[in-house]
Ligand binder design. Structure first.
Ligand SMILES: Cc1ncc(COP(=O)(O)O)c(C=O)c1O
Length: 440
């Protein structure tokens, strides 16, 4: 058994994702073990996890029920083909997801990641209009600063330049973007949803006028954007998007890869913000990050539109070898059971004001130009070092790691998204270390 305690001597073969490989390999930062709110380095240094791994370990690390369920599943049946065959855990997990999902999102398609969920959702949206005989609806609307994973569909509707600029000719055609809603001038140091910016949603009307509704299939947004540095929806913004989509027959897709499974205090942000999308994409917290898995939730209306034609016909030519993988389903079922038994979504809601109070205490520290938060998410924006965007926050990231805290940075924004099991003592420790790092 590899317990990850022996030092790795050759780091060259592994091409690390979204990482400065040469810098990292010159001075690696390794994690070897994890339990509860903490990681441990190979040398045994404790690192408080301020980001639930990567927004996914919502029930905390090392949950025995999950590893046990996975082990039992592996021993019972390691793999089952998902095409034209089923296994009970896949149906059980779909039912369990539907039970906590917004009413009406009653059908679940399984994938292996957030990126695959997004591409699946976009393909379903396009195919939906086609099966309804509305085949001219081929355009997709994303948003500036949106992050929807790294598939060609996801980067096309996404709006982060670094993720797009290397592939300018490979984007899917017919995509346009809404403006982002980040407005520091009016909304800096907001607590909860920012007061200003509902009118950003009206840009959708402009795009509809430009392209004509009859050419647009769907709009995709993150209810709370995370990877782009915690951008919160202005009050009323998502509702207005919904109204405009309804008016023009556009599907509304919420990418809930980070907001799903309790981060806001509700199972999904759609419930928290009381806006019902037609499609939800999710991943991460579905299995507590233990086994890769994603899902796409759609309304009955969408599912039923596909259930036409001869009963022997395959209705959607889409799927993955590992869709509804038995071990992922086992992990998902165990994870959802923990969320329910420990009432973790409600716990996130209870801890949110404590967290809010603590993070807003960072206001006034050197270079902090904004603090924003919702549920158990916070963004701390720093003023950039002239000519070196991202360097200031990355410096803080390194300092935090040295001092025993894992945070996440995008550009000069620090994102915090701790596990929902976080206690006040962890919040104190997190803020303490972050304060020291910011002061340096
Ligand atoms: C909103 C959103 N969509 C999609 C993704 C992509 O998920 P994955 O990395 O599992 O492909 C992410 C990842 O952070 C995300 O935050």
């Amino acid at each position: 058994m590899n317990t990850q305690t022996s030092p790795v001597t050759d780091l060259e073969a592994y091409w690390m994702p979204f990482t400065a490989n040469r810098q990292f390999k010159g001075k690696p930062r390794m994690l070897a073990r994890a339990s509860g709110m903490y990681y441990e380095t190979p040398e045994g240094r404790r690192i408080l996890d301020g980001v639930a791994g990567l927004w996914c370990v919502n029930a905390g690390h090392g949950r025995f029920e999950i590893s046990q369920a996975v082990a039992i599943q592996l021993e019972t049946m390691d793999y089952a083909p998902p095409f034209q065959m089923g296994h009970p855990a896949a149906f059980d997990l779909a039912n369990a997801v539907v039970k906590i999902a917004p009413a009406g999102l009653d059908r679940v398609f399984f994938t292996n990641s957030g990126s695959e969920s997004v591409d699946t959702a976009l393909k379903i949206a396009l195919a939906y209009h086609r099966v309804k005989g509305d085949a001219a609806r081929v355009r997709l609307i994303g948003r500036e600063r949106g992050y929807h994973g790294v598939g060609f569909g996801g980067i096309s509707v996404g709006g982060m330049v670094a993720n797009r600029k290397a592939w300018p000719a490979s984007m899917i055609p017919g995509v346009d973007h809404l403006p982002h809603t980040h407005d520091l001038k009016r909304n800096a140091f907001s607590r909860g949803l920012p007061a200003h910016g509902v009118e950003f949603a009206d840009e959708l009307e402009r795009l509809v006028t430009l392209h004509d509704a009859s050419t647009i299939a769907a709009v995709i947004v993150e209810p709370i954007a995370g990877s782009t540095g915690v951008v919160l929806p202005p009050q009323g913004y998502l509702k207005r998007l919904r109204q405009i989509c309804d008016k023009h027959g556009l599907l509304l897709i919420f990418d809930e890869v980070i907001t799903g499974f309790g981060r806001t205090g509700s199972a999904f942000a759609a419930q928290e913000f009381e806006v019902m999308p037609d499609i939800i994409t999710c991943a991460k917290g579905l299995t507590n990050g233990a086994i890769p898995m994603g899902a796409v939730l759609v309304t009955n209306k969408i599912y039923d539109a596909f259930m036409q034609g001869p009963p022997g016909a395959i209705e959607l030519f889409h799927g993955y070898t590992y869709s509804a993988h038995p071990t992922a389903c086992a992990a998902g079922l165990a994870t959802l059971a923990i969320y329910e038994r420990e009432n973790l979504f409600a716990r996130a809601r209870t801890m949110a004001p404590v967290f809010e109070q603590a993070v807003h205490g960072l206001r006034g520290l050197p270079h902090v130009i904004d603090v924003r938060n919702y549920g158990l998410v916070a963004g701390i924006e720093l003023d950039p070092i002239a000519g070196s965007p991202g360097a200031r926050a990355f410096g803080v990231y390194l300092k935090c790691f040295e001092r025993g805290l894992l945070i996440r940075t995008t550009g000069d924004i620090i994102a915090l998204s701790p596990a929902l099991i976080i206690e006040p003592k962890h919040i104190d420790e997190l803020i303490d270390i972050l304060t020291q790092a910011l002061k340096e």
